[in-house]
Design a protein around this ligand. Structure first.
Ligand code: AN0
Ligand code: CP
Length: 330
């Protein structure tokens, strides 16, 4: 595996789930695979789960890991080509990326949507430069438009908790005080559309997601109707995708908060959220603390989704040439 940015990179999804369950049972069985191999985790944005679960997955595989927080201690990086660099950015991504590639075998990148230019965000401008210029396999740790490690962990969690062969899974928008990216709901839809589930998305009007991710999913604007018979409620806030309001907050309607009354409309659904979550905005204390809340096992599965991705990338690595084989940006 050379890149992990979306569901297609996993190939046969059922095989990927089985591999994940096997890795989870025997997570230290692959220690030899990562010997003398290094993963570099590059963060342009904050993280708790992704940072820790990726390092843990690397340790399970016998790998070394290096973590770079670009905005704390590294030179400030210019990402636009052609600019006269007379401002506060000291180094260009076009040098920084191949240099990072020279020190490692695999690179993970977290680089959120910037909401300045929709075309730049949706073309994955930063992530794609890592893919092009690092000379290394690259995986997204939440890029501008996707968070596939999260969605893969979500799918593993649904597989573990489902009580019928084809459960109803509902992605619901919920209110939040700040504008958030569409990456998590995009990837969740990307994965659910390929999984053996009955997938429904519910949100207020104006919050329609990119059709490339929604595909054939049912969109139900009545949240309570959407919740009926659901086996899983997956809550998440996102900002608007539509061109004229891209990245904006259109509503903070607290009627969309997931509460016990709405959960009672479901078929004893499990509650999921990728975390971090704002309590009593997205979900009430009562629901997130209820026995139906599986947010902690969901987060724990982030170690497993990352381990499968790193394992597959390690398995695909060519032996290193003594001269080094990193790309030089042109
Ligand atoms: C981020 C988001 O919504 O994309 C990360 C979630 C994993 N959340 C926040 O910035 C609060
Ligand atoms: N779910 C998730 O990616 O969490 P972090 O932002 O803490 O990594």
């Amino acid at each position: 595996m050379r890149t992990f940015t979306n569901v297609k990179d996993l190939g046969d999804l059922n095989a990927a789930i089985l591999e994940a369950l096997e890795v989870k049972k025997n997570r230290f069985n692959y220690k030899a695979l990562g010997e003398n191999k290094t993963v570099m985790l590059v963060f342009f944005n904050s993280s708790l789960r992704t940072r820790l679960s990726s390092q843990k997955a690397a340790m399970n595989l016998g790998m070394n890991s290096m973590v770079l927080d670009v905005n704390q201690g590294a030179w400030r990086l210019e990402t636009e080509r052609g600019v006269v660099m007379d401002g506060d950015k000291t180094e260009h991504l076009l040098e920084a990326i191949p240099v990072m590639g020279a020190y490692c075998d695999i690179i993970g990148v977290r680089s959120f949507a910037q909401f300045e230019n929709k075309a730049d965000d949706y073309s994955e401008k930063v992530l794609n430069q890592f893919i092009k210029y690092s000379g290394r396999p690259v995986f997204s740790m939440e890029s501008a438009i996707g968070h596939p490690l999260q969605a893969f962990a979500d799918l593993i969690t649904i597989e573990e908790f489902k009580t019928k062969p084809r459960p109803k899974v509902v992605l619901t928008w919920a209110p939040h005080p700040k504008a958030l990216p569409q990456a998590v709901p995009n990837s969740f839809a990307d994965f659910m559309n390929e999984a053996d589930v009955d997938f429904v998305i519910t949100h207020p009007e104006g919050y329609e997601l990119d059709p490339q991710f929604v595909r054939g999913a049912k969109v139900e604007y009545d949240q309570k109707k959407a919740f009926e018979d659901a086996g899983f409620i997956y809550a998440k806030n996102w900002s608007a995708f539509r061109d004229d309001v891209y990245g904006q907050i259109l509503s903070k309607d607290m009627n969309w908060t997931v509460d016990a009354e709405k959960m009672s409309l479901t078929d004893s659904a499990f509650f999921m959220h990728c975390l971090p979550v704002r309590r009593n905005m997205i979900v009430t204390d009562e629901v997130i603390e209820s026995p139906q809340s599986i947010v902690i096992p969901e987060a724990a599965n982030r170690e497993i989704s990352c381990q499968v991705v790193l394992k597959r990338m390690l398995e695909g690595l060519a032996p290193k040439s003594p001269e080094g084989d990193f790309a030089v940006a042109k």
